[in-house]
Design a protein around this ligand. Sequence first.
Ligand code: F6P
Length: 358
Amino acid sequence: MKIGIVTGGGDCPGLNAVIRAVAKTAAKRGWETLGIIGGYDGLLEPQNFRVLDYQSLAGLLVRGGTILGTANRGQFSAKTGHGETRQLPKELLDATKAGMAKLGISALVSVGGDGSLTIAQQMHEAGIPIVGVPKTIDNDLAATTTTFGFDSAVACATDALDRLHTTAESHNRVMVLEVMGRYAGWIAIYAGLAGGADVILIPEIPFQYESVCRAVREREKHGKHFTLIVAAEGAKPVGGNFVTSGMQQQNREARLGGIGAVVAAEIEQRTGKETRAMVLGHLQRGGSPTYMDRVLCTLFGAKAVELITEGRFGRMVAHNGRCVDSVSLAEATGKLRTVPLDEGFVHATRSLGICLGD
Ligand code: F6P
């Protein structure tokens, strides 16, 4: 038996750890694993793949990125905008099947976020034996309580906040840290709580500049001459829009970036406090996974092979809050898991007097 594994969408820490777990678990069953290079395209002519034998897995647990490469554009893109999905043409699905047959692959593991898993669901509907593993630093997939990559991104953002804390305090400044999080503020709220932020702006709660400035002035009144603010890239003022950056490409989700600088300028102008902004950007997606992500990736990879063994295709590995389980790809895709406004995190944040901008 031979299986294939493909990594798709934006990269994140832990992809290699999943590849390793899948190939090791498969090898224990006597199966061979082929790593498909450059996303699903590697299955098409000219085919691009590598054999993932035992030797090739050395060092992968801790290595960032993906040794298989990844793509979040091109003919296998399913997401063309917020909530907008594209159906892959039949010829492309047929060519994928033919590519798998040529390589002798009888099942595929797709490791990706909502876009790649939506494609996996379409492949499943077209009769391709496929299972999914959920990846995204944004942690915004509805059917799993955790995606891998998230913990590593939060660790990176928390470290940045710790560093900004000391320089903010030394200079009596306001510091705004912009973190990733397009539609969900999980990274912002986790890192904000872990790093002692005074203001946390998330996409789920449109903010008012006056409320943010009030928090800065309040701290001044209490002798705290610096303020730490975390803003998710998808945070918006009431009635405002996403702040985008760079060239916007057709049929792709808008490239976000810049809300931190906008918030910083507004605070400086309204309060007179010296303010600086910093975009953490792709640092959150690079480097070695945390121990939590390494464990999660290992459990996810092993579970994916278990699903194949049981012939349970069209499913995605998922964490249900207690253990690693699975859900159908149909249930898992197209639904976002945003920060709930009426429970846990938001309540605790408010109880601590942290400003959420509303
Ligand atoms: O989906 C994860 C994510 O990190 C988003 O938060 C961010 O908007 C996007 O990827 C950026 O992706 P890229 O710069 O690779 O297009």
